[in-house]
Design a protein around this ligand. Structure first.
Ligand code: AMP
Ligand code: MG
Length: 504
């Protein structure tokens, strides 16, 4: 079969960073079958796939026919996993096919996951299963619809081959799109080898790719660290404001681009508790919901360490420079968090919160949700109804309907303080409610809905529940009757037993 010229590749990583990867080929799938194709994303990428039928698409996205211009490679990286350092991880079952420039001029990696063993596979089989790859689709599309920077799934193909985990599962290959696959762990790989030249090359490549404006700054590498920290501060604040738990924030799973990457054991908080952990292997709660800002900073410190030899000749000076960047992170994060929380609370003011009153208002709201075991997503969403004058749906979330009385009167007063004197309170309330509904989602990827959809797809080959859920996740702010089942929390007993898994 002719290889389709559907992708216009321009592979800068392969071209400029020889030695940072191993060229490698996907292992062909015996009976590829297309399960999912993200047509809106394909369009955004400018891919010319209209002429490909399902079997050609399946062959392409299984890696059986490599598109013209693809230069598949397995990237080398290291990583701190649960705090312990592994000097060599790398793409054990993933391959970057190449880069395309999308319609908006952004350079994006096209990569496979589950396409067979590579020289970095260690003990792994190089495979992936249908369930976890469709999970990447759901969570990535959910995050994207929520306006959160994320890698996204372009396609999922069933390979027609079993993979052996605790059970025998149907195999799959995911095609993932990312701003790049450069991770904190990519820097650690070269740092661990004391290879300063490679580190410099990697840093220069990263600046050219992600932060070209910094190339002319007086301290480009320090500016890079600052930029990466700034993106993480913004990203983690967004996670916290939608209740997202990544679950395995190892340094190899933190992208320099600031995108959410690697959806393994991730999940959304249900009844609000900052200590929430779903991952079966996170016994200490290292990656618990509320720990994520601290872990991001910890990971950034690992990145900073790799850059020290490049920051200044004098080691003490280099440490001082890096420390200053890291020290700014908590306030940066809190600034992003508060900006998001103000919008969620229906507040428009953008001035600094000098007396801390708005941060306290938001913090006390979360304390209340926690104390009363209220669903995080619905708690925020029903606050919009309260803004419009209907407090009943909000109060119905509380075992004691009067529990939010004191907080609500504070919030109403704070809202009123922003409203123009000339505007009547009813119309101000409706305007506020509409604004709040555009930032407080009704539909998130509820764990029980995700599991239900994946079980049907994986066990019975029934993709209908997956497709319905995907449709709901793509319009998280809509209040349509058919979306109601996706807005319902799982029974608390189900959530209490819910466990997620890595190494999938
Ligand atoms: P992850 O938990 O997906 O972030 O992966 C951590 C490391 O394990 C990476 O180096 C992966 O490439 C590798 N890995 C995970 N699963 C497999 C597998 N089934 N086969 C080979 N390598 C794997
Ligand atoms: Mg990973």
């Amino acid at each position: 079969m002719d290889s389709p010229a559907a992708f216009r590749f321009d592979n800068s990583f392969a071209r400029e960073l020889e030695g940072f990867y191993t060229p490698w080929r996907p292992v062909p799938a015996p009976a590829p079958r297309l399960l999912f194709l993200n047509r809106p994303l394909a369009d955004e990428l400018g891919l010319d796939i209209a002429s490909l039928d399902d079997s050609a698409l399946a062959a392409t996205f299984a890696g059986n026919t490599l598109p013209d211009g693809a230069e598949p490679l397995a990237q080398a990286y290291a990583g701190h996993q649960f705090g312990g350092f592994s000097p060599q991880l790398g793409d054990g079952r993933a391959l970057v096919l190449g880069e395309v420039i999308d319609r908006q001029g952004r350079r994006r990696d096209i990569a496979f996951k589950g396409s067979g063993r590579t020289p970095f596979a260690r003990g792994g089989d190089g495979k992936a299963a249908v369930g976890p790859m469709l999970r990447e689709v759901l969570i990535g599309e959910a995050m994207h619809a929520l306006g959160i920077p994320t890698t996204r799934a372009l396609a999922v193909v069933a390979t027609g081959e079993p993979v052996f985990r605790e059970q025998t599962l149907p195999g799959a290959v995911l095609t993932r799109v990312a701003a790049s696959h450069i991770r904190v762990g990519t820097f650690e790989f070269h740092s661990a080898r004391g290879d300063v030249d490679s580190l410099r090359k990697l840093a220069e490549y990263t600046i050219a790719r992600h932060d070209p404006a910094l190339a002319t700054s007086p301290q480009p590498l320090l500016a890079l660290l600052q930029a990466v920290a700034g993106r993480q501060a913004a990203l983690i604040a967004q996670w916290l404001n939608v209740g997202f738990i990544h679950g395995v924030m190892n340094t190899d799973n933190m992208a320099i681009s600031g995108e959410t990457i690697d959806f393994g054991p991730c999940a959304f908080v249900e009844a609000y508790d900052p200590d929430t952990v779903f991952s079966s292997i996170d016994h200490q709660g290292r990656y618990a919901f509320g720990n994520q800002p601290d872990i991001a900073l910890w990971n950034l410190a690992r990145l900073a360490e790799t850059l020290l030899p490049l920051l200044a000749d004098d080691p003490e000076k280099a440490v001082a420079m890096a420390t200053e960047v890291l020290a700014a992170f908590p306030a940066q994060y809190r600034g992003h968090l508060l900006r998001g929380q103000r919008a969620k609370l229906g507040l428009r003011r953008g001035e600094p919160d000098d007396d801390g009153a708005d941060a306290a208002l938001a913090g006390d709201w979360l304390t209340l949700l926690h104390a009363e075991q209220v669903d995080f997503t619905l708690g925020w969403r029903r606050l919009a109804d309260a803004a419009a004058g209907d407090e009943a749906p909000l109060r119905a979330l509380f075992a004691d309907a009067h529990a939010p009385d004191a907080w609500l009167s504070r919030w109403h007063a704070r809202c009123a303080s922003e409203d123009p004197v000339a505007q009547d309170s009813a119309s101000a309330g409706i305007e506020r409610a509409n604004a709040m509904r555009s930032v407080n989602p009704l539909v998130i990827a509820r764990n029980h809905r995700v599991e239900e959809a994946l079980a049907a797809a994986s066990n019975e080959g029934d993709l209908a529940p997956f497709e319905r859920l995907l449709d709901a996740l793509r319009r998280p702010y809509d209040e349509a009757p058919e979306l109601a089942p996706y807005a319902e929390p799982a029974p608390a007993s189900v959530t209490a037993r819910y466990r997620t898994f890595c190494g999938t």
